[in-house]
Design a protein around this ligand. Structure first.
Ligand code: 5GP
Length: 191
């Protein structure tokens, strides 16, 4: 794929995907900027990056390589209680951290923040474990539908209120493997 210019939607995604919103190059530039910020802000603090599966998988892989200070990584996996509860903020912890975070400088890495309810739950859970600091970085932010105010230390992009896929984000578990960010066709997800 060319490093610049319009990116072509691959055949396997053309049924559902309408257009490219952010190119792979734009995404990688934002990750480089966030990585440089983390390297600067957390120097001498041995931070733990906590990535939220599954959507943050490509992001954490690229972000780790954009950080040039000592850093640890750990993962949590969560799920809402079924589709109807998606915006209820009731979240189930499917996989907990491997290591304790008491006294550590913890930076939660999210793929996308929409209402903020999922992240609110995650932060509440992690705060109980008494980290030294607890902050958040997200690649994609959709401020239009925010229900809880959460301070964000690092933001890659503010997005319009559209359902997006690619770069880790799915539509019924598909399209996480697109290296760029796309919007779905309006008929697929109501615009
Ligand atoms: P929140 O709790 O902030 O409303 O939602 C967070 C979760 O909803 C994200 O981690 C993600 O799984 C899902 N989500 C929110 N907006 C989008 C979107 O535009 N596309 C996709 N694929 N998932 C989204």
């Amino acid at each position: 794929m060319a490093a610049s210019g319009p990116e072509e939607i691959p055949a396997f995604a053309r049924d559902h995907v309408a257009s490219v919103l952010l190119s792979a190059e734009e995404i990688q530039a934002a990750i480089a900027r966030i990585g440089a910020g983390i390297s600067h802000d957390y120097v001498g603090r041995d931070p733990v990056l906590v990535a939220v599966l599954k959507g943050s998988a490509p992001l954490i892989a690229d972000l780790l390589r954009a950080i040039d200070i000592p850093v640890s990584v750990d993962f949590i996996a969560i799920s809402s209680y079924g589709p109807s509860a998606r915006n209820s903020g009731v979240v189930r912890l499917l996989k907990d951290l491997d290591q304790p975070i008491e006294g550590r400088h913890v930076l939660v890495i999210e793929d996308i923040i929409d209402t903020g309810l999922t992240l609110h739950y995650i932060l509440r859970t992690l705060r109980l474990r008494r980290p030294a600091t607890l902050e958040v970085g997200t690649l994609f932010n959709k401020p239009a539908r925010r229900l809880v105010n959460i301070p964000l230390r690092y933001v890659g992009f503010d997005l319009p209120d559209r359902f997006v896929v690619g770069y880790g984000l799915d539509y019924h578990e598909r399209y996480r493997n697109l290296p760029f960010l796309c919007v779905l066709k309006p008929e697929v997800y109501g615009g």
